[in-house]
Design a protein. Sequence first.
Length: 416
Amino acid sequence: MIQPLPQNKRSLVPVLLAVGLLPLGVEAGLVLLLISVLSAYLVAGNKNFGSNLSYVLLAAFLLRVVVALADHLFHFLPYAWDDYVTTGLQIKTNLQYGYPLFYGIAESIHVKSYALVNAAIFAIFGDYEILVRILNCFLGTLVAERVYRISRELDGSEKSAMLAAGLAAFFPSFVLFSALNMRDALIFFLSVDALWRVMLILEHRKKMNYLVVLLEIVVLYTLRIQNVLLYAAIFMIFLMLRYYLKSGRRPANAVLLITVTGVLFLLFVGGDFALKVLEYTTAELQWRATGGSAYLTNVTYNSWFDVIRWLPVRFLYFTFGPFPWEIRNAFMLLGFLESLIILLLFAVFLISLRGRIRAPEANLTLLLIAFAVVGLAANSIIDSNYGTAIRHKMNYIFVLFVFAARYLERFSIRLA
């Protein structure tokens, strides 16, 4: 019978493992060591939730690692817009020679901030991009774990939480984009984690979450400022809707909220700031409506009323596209198949909401609904390319997983 190592010798395990991997070469050794350490964390760090979740997370992580390694070796994935690697190497060089951190770098702060993550990895472990990808695989897996926590926080059901986590763990675009060296994996994790912590704050639990959320918002601001502004708008809308529901849904309060919203909108569209935002929105719309997977390329905005007029159509294309008549390559075909699943989940999501807004967890339900619906609608205003749309809607459709799982749970019980 094999005896476990004494406690005072367990600290030697990582060292012995690293030495054993040296014959494989530095890069392969570091890759296997990092995979082993992160896998061990996923299994041991989630034991309080039960072994089933640990197995799901481990399988999800290893699947992402396989995709990352395959693309690292064979380069079959098409993304190559933002050169985070070259920028990260330049930042590392600047640090080594004592130059200003971003000397000779003309990229935006959003590219610089994520390239800084690359630079940190390169400075510590060497210029091995695959290590960054594996860390992104880990973050993408933690998203599934946070979805589990959000679902448990909502109603406490283990079965629906496991189903929601499973959807987030193995949904194709979630796997694909967390295996790339892109900022989306980090943005996605920080967004989902912040949402979960806000739910805890609303339940008056763990005051430390205020500080964590604040730090996450600061990092998100450097990675993609648009998300932070959108999250602020979502929270304001949530507070307004919560006030209406807590007031007993009185018609007078509904009229008041509609009036206040209308006045604020008219004041907004009449100001210089609104004009600048509209100019930015129009420019982004035109820039993104390019490439082989572009859609609604004929849409232009001349006023904020054009934005409102086109919103329902753009929401449908952003959330449920690409459609069959738009398929032009294999990736769009896969996107179409995934969109069919999203459409089904959205339908189940709507069915699952019947009566939920009056349930004891109304605050949390309302927050998640506002996050998903407003987030999808706001992104649909600008995005006009399915390659971008698929990445950006990932940040919100996980809410569909949570609510759909609550409804589908009853069918899994019957099949059990």
